[in-house]
Design a protein around this ligand. Structure first.
Ligand code: AMP
Ligand code: MG
Length: 333
């Protein structure tokens, strides 16, 4: 059972629910029109509004706590971005009646801390490309102590608590606490600890039957090597392509067995951002899975804004982890 008497759990759930609900409203109200005009402004608006909402709630709950967010208001303060800032301010007024643009910028900048010994890390909209395509995205918030994630929450507006894609449904709120398991509930309902159901990974141990997951965006991974990996393990099904940390929620729920983030051939020096992996990785671990880098090392969240010491990601249901790492070695991933 996840306890809401624990102040960090209660805050993280409340903050992600608020931010992801704002993002969902923005996707509903702005994205379809923007799609026809090749206009990226909805993702700008949602990203900044979601970060401001979390910054606001954090300061009220844990004044002075470190928050490492993906965004900073600097880009928004230029005259070219005036229209976006006005939209963001209008959406933020749903959270803080009467708030003005200057205060919104300051709330966004509540999230510009550098990582310390203990910190929160936030991806206000993970999967911005999915958000703009009207597909999957997530709000991700995690708490890290001494380089180890202790708490992670994902808000997933476009999957239901029974893990079905649904673009007009109730959405999901997923939480994991170190040693306390992984749990899922509804994003749109009041937060109530009795409404959370436990998540556990798949019990599949036959590599040929492993369902693979990978980024929707081909340039975030190496698709040719994923095909080689698939042949190496004798896998039969095509990999599922999906945006954002929603993939971690699916893996934690037994809806897949192996999730790979291989290095893109154009970006061999790419290192994962902490906010892209922190919440999702603990959700898989607490559901019984294993998350490492491509060399089998555990993820080290004590090295700054990126996982500097880790290359890519291999996440699995645990039973197939050894075979997955072996296959990665064979294909030189
Ligand atoms: P996904 O939708 O799983 O591909 O994950 C989205 C995240 O991928 C974004 O939040 C980006 O921070 C991250 N990303 C951007 N470029 C790359 C890259 N070259 N390789 C891996 N991840 C990337
Ligand atoms: Mg992201």
């Amino acid at each position: 059972m996840i306890s809401l008497d624990d102040k960090k759990n209660e805050f993280a759930l409340r903050a992600v629910k608020q931010a992801a609900s704002l993002a969902a409203d923005i996707q509903d109200e702005m994205v379809s029109e923007a799609l026809t005009k090749d206009d990226r402004s909805p993702v700008t608006v949602a990203d900044f509004a979601a970060q401001a909402a979390v910054g606001y709630l954090l300061e009220k709950t844990f004044p002075g706590a470190l928050l490492v967010g993906e965004e900073a208001s600097e880009a928004l303060r230029s005259p070219d971005e005036r229209a976006s800032l006005e939209k963001i301010t209008a959406f933020m007024q749903r959270v803080i009646p009467g708030v003005g643009p200057e205060e919104v910028c300051n709330l966004i900048d509540r999230g510009v801390d550098a990582p310390g010994e203990n910190y929160w890390t936030l991806d206000p909209i993970d999967g911005t490309k999915g958000f703009l395509r009207g597909a999957q995205y997530a709000t991700a918030l995690a708490y890290v102590e001494n380089g180890v994630v202790q708490l992670g929450v994902l808000g997933c507006p476009n999957i239901t608590p029974d893990l079905q894609e649904n673009f007009s449904g109730e959405g999901s709120l997923v939480i994991a606490q170190r040693g306390g398991g992984s749990w899922i509930s509804t994003l749109s309902a009041q937060i109530n600890e009795n409404d959370f159901s436990p998540l556990s990974v798949s019990t599949q141990s036959d590599p040929a039957r492993a369902r693979l997951m990978r980024s929707f965006e081909s340039d975030h991974t190496n698709t040719a090597l994923i095909d080689e990996f698939q042949i190496e393990i004798g896998g039969e099904a095509d990999p599922v392509r999906m945006d954002s940390q929603v993939k971690y929620a699916l893996l934690a729920s037994g809806e897949g067995e192996i999730y790979l983030r291989l290095l893109s051939p154009d970006r061999m020096d790419y290192r994962e951002k902490i906010w892209d992996q922190a919440a999702g990785s603990i959700i898989v671990e607490e559901a019984g899975g294993i998350v490492t880098d491509l060399d089998g090392n555990i993820l080290d969240f004590s090295k700054g804004r990126t996982l500097k010491e880790n290359r890519g990601i291999c996440a699995s249901n645990g039973l197939l982890h050894g075979e997955a790492l072996e296959a990665l070695k064979k294909v030189n991933a």
